[in-house]
Design a protein around this ligand. Structure first.
Ligand SMILES: NC(=O)c1ccc[n+]([C@@H]2O[C@H](COP(=O)([O-])OP(=O)(O)OC[C@H]3O[C@@H](n4cnc5c(N)ncnc54)[C@H](OP(=O)(O)O)[C@@H]3O)[C@@H](O)[C@H]2O)c1
Length: 316
């Protein structure tokens, strides 16, 4: 019987390895998914101010806590500072919006969503168009080091248990680690067999920074996916390993991350899939199987953050 597993972060906090991803999940579908996930055993929810679903998540979790279905202290909530709040003077404002929407008095893990600041217009304008009328967002000249320094007081004030980063490259992570007074405990990155992240993962692990994998199934629902999008679930190597283990290709893709000691956040709003994905905790891949999957790397990045490509701190 599958059971949650935990990874101990460098500050001693324990993070459940499997999270429910929630990007593009809203309304009744999201509420039902959260209920199903908690019932099934998930204790880690991954959201972000950018997803604009923190209010629904907050309401549903509050109901579940009040019903006695789960205790707050057993939940692990990850959310993220959206890039329009990367200016140091805006960081705490952005954080408080998430905290309030989630109806919590602390966040377990708060991540800098991107190292590339976007122009702040107002709290609701998340993707201001580029001022020159060109493609992408209106960008702001803020250094991620300054954003990081403004995130540290959130831990010192007890508002966040831990802080970390997302979508940074190895050199940017190294710079943050050199100046961090509060440990950077987590780096959330796109990770699946089609993208070689071994260098960044090795560097993060060597520096006591845990890794969370986003888009573990290749993020097939991302709005900018091309018609001939590469499909991880249909890959013959993934299917062969799944057949040999009598499990599904999706379970192999999730286990690819879990078996390497990474946190993994697959998104689903379908009850059967939420249960199927949780069963990945039972699948322990061998080194040989992981090597076979790593062999599929083909530089496929679903999240290249092209909307921010002109930023001087663009990571990729
Ligand atoms: N830090 C960042 O910048 C960043 C970026 C992207 C994502 N994330 C986080 O990572 C999470 C996961 O990434 P993602 O949502 O982009 O993509 P993903 O988890 O790779 O894929 C989600 C898609 O796979 C489908 N799916 C899930 N389980 C399935 C199953 N067992 N069988 C078949 N299809 C299945 C889902 O559909 P159904 O819902 O219909 O089942 C959905 O279309 C996000 O939700 C978010 O929390 C973070």
């Amino acid at each position: 019987m599958e059971k949650n597993t935990y990874i101990t972060l460098s500050n001693g906090q324990k993070i459940p390895s499997l999270a429910l991803g929630t990007w593009q999940a809203t309304g009744e579908k999201l509420r039902n998914a959260l209920r199903a996930a908690i019932k099934c055993g998930y204790r880690h929810i991954d959201t972000a101010y950018m997803y604009q679903n923190e209010t629904e998540i907050g309401q549903t979790l509050r109901e579940l806590i009040n019903e006695g279905a789960v205790k707050r202290e057993d939940l692990f909530i990850t959310t993220k500072l959206w890039s329009t709040f990367n200016q140091p003077g805006k960081v705490e404002d952005g954080f408080m919006l998430s905290l309030k929407a989630l109806q919590l008095d602390y966040i377990d893990l708060y991540l800098m969503h991107t190292p590339t600041a976007v122009k702040y217009i107002d709290d609701k304008t998340l993707m201001p168009p580029a001022e020159d009328g060109g493609p992408g967002f209106a960008l702001e000249d803020v250094h991620y080091i300054d954003t990081w320094k403004a995130m540290e007081p959130l831990v010192e004030k007890g508002l966040a248990k831990s802080i970390g980063v997302s979508n940074v490259n190895l050199q940017q992570l190294g710079e943050i680690l050199r100046i961090a007074k509060v440990p950077c405990v987590n780096n959330q990155i796109e990770n699946h067999p089609f993208l070689d992240q071994t260098g960044l993962i090795k560097f993060s692990k060597e520096n006591n920074v845990s890794i969370s994998a986003f888009g573990p199934l290749g993020s097939p629902e991302r709005p900018w996916a091309p018609e001939n999008d590469k499909n991880l679930r249909n890959d013959p190597v993934v299917k062969k390993i799944a057949d040999s283990r009598k499990c599904t290709p999706v379970q192999i893709l999730i286990a690819y991350n879990l078996s390497q000691g990474l946190v993994c956040a697959p998104k689903s709003t379908c009850v059967e899939r939420i249960e199927e994905n949780f069963k990945s905790l039972d699948v322990k891949l061998t080194t040989d199987e992981i090597n076979q999957l790593e062999g599929l790397a083909c530089n496929f990045r679903g999240f290249s953050w092209d909307f921010m490509i002109k930023h001087k701190h663009y990571p990729f």
